[in-house]
Design a binder for this molecule. Structure first.
Ligand code: ZN
Length: 119
């Protein structure tokens, strides 16, 4: 799944759950019913909203802070295929899987632990 498809999928799924939550709340309001139903409806709206607010900016960051971005932003740290840390200048860069769900790798300095870019 490409990053933009993933963003669409997250947005779509969240909106769907929020819609269900809204319908539930309307339903419970009409019934004049208990706070448990209202709480459930509110949770169904708030949880996807918080997922969207935390996940989407992170995905956007992973997408925009790529190797090309690093090259453009820190041209003196990139020489051919050799990369150096922007903070300490070390060329000991290792990769770490950020989340199995998105498949993004963080490229992280082995000396000072600065995250340089994502791929
Ligand atoms: Zn470093």
């Amino acid at each position: 799944m490409s990053p933009s498809q993933l963003k669409m999928a997250i947005t779509g799924a969240c909106l769907l759950v929020m819609l269900v939550g809204a319908l539930l709340m309307v339903q419970f309001m009409n019934d004049g019913a208990g706070s448990a139903g209202m709480t459930l409806g509110a949770m169904l709206i708030l949880i996807p909203a918080s997922v969207m607010m935390t996940r989407l900016p992170r995905l956007w960051k992973y997408q925009s802070m790529n190797r090309d971005w690093y090259h453009t932003t820190y041209p003196d740290r990139v020489q051919g295929n050799q990369l150096a840390c922007r903070a300490c200048g070390s060329d000991h860069i290792h990769t770490r899987q950020l989340s199995p769900f998105t498949g993004y790798l963080g490229h992280i300095c082995g000396r000072c632990d600065t995250t340089l870019f994502y791929s």
